[in-house]
Design a protein around this ligand. Sequence first.
Ligand code: PHE
Length: 346
Amino acid sequence: MRERLLELQVQALAEIEKVDALEELETWRVGYLGKKGELSGVLRTMGTLSVEERPLVGQIANDVRAELETAYQTREKSLQIAAMRKREAKETIDVTLPGRKSWLGAEHPLHKVIRRIEDIFLGFGFTVEEGPEVELDYYNFEALNLPKDHPARDMQDTFYITEEILMRTHTSPMQARMLAERYPATDIRMIVPGRVYRRDDDDATHSHAFMQVEGLVVGHGVRMSDLKGMLLQFAREMFGEDQEVRLRPSFFPFTEPSAELDIRCIYCGGSGCRTCKQTGFIEILGCGMIHPNVLQMQGYDARELSGFAFGMGVERIAMLMYRVEDIRQFYQNDVRLLEQFATLTR
Ligand code: PHE
């Protein structure tokens, strides 16, 4: 039995020399030192020994175990170090390598313009509202004094989804929605930025989807002069302190009287150039006093309450401000164009 133990020791020590992976070492440990391992196997036959022999063999067995355990620990440590070295070699970080630059996005020019418009009207005490792009025929047309057979419906070629549901052709449906929602309001001052859709063929100045900002003011004794004064102040904050405006008579079914607002050409100052087509003025929005029918349809008494509304095209203003000559550039997302707005503060 003593020989068997010594043999076991020699064999185990020889084998551990050849172990070169931690998983193999574990197999070795289970094989020799584990509960069902070789050493335990030998010790289990101790019962067959005589009483005198037992302490002697027991001593040897303990020595062998201690010997194997030390060998195990030494091997484990050196294998762990080897494994770490290997990993270190593979995962080398070159701290002298320059870092990768991450690109910071820029605010889209259209949103820059919308934010400026919002800031100006917030300063006038307006709220900013949003409405649905998929709209009912009722709000887009009917409630704006445009019944089903009205010829002015042709002014805006429409994407219909069903007979009664369409993509809004302007942000004006929010006039009727807000009148209804806030009923019986006596003081509304709000703007509505948002996307609108028209069945137009895309070219340098037309897009089938574009942005508008609607404005609505309702109250007691609101007059056309209030409209003009407010739009003049807006134009000055938007385009410069000495900006001049003019109102030109126009037609919209939901306003009466209706007008278009021109600003003095921001390029030539009024002397005439290519941008203003030699007129000295540039149109930026449609507006007017809210038609009594629009108020009445939402339950208001048009003799008591009045108001005005306006609607401007955001792309048009952005094209003027940033000298972008093709509306499609706002939607092509060419990073070279967008990057130019990254550092602009307005
Ligand atoms: N909704 C009109 C358009 O898209 C603009 C407008 C708004 C006119 C409000 C008058 C009042 O052309």
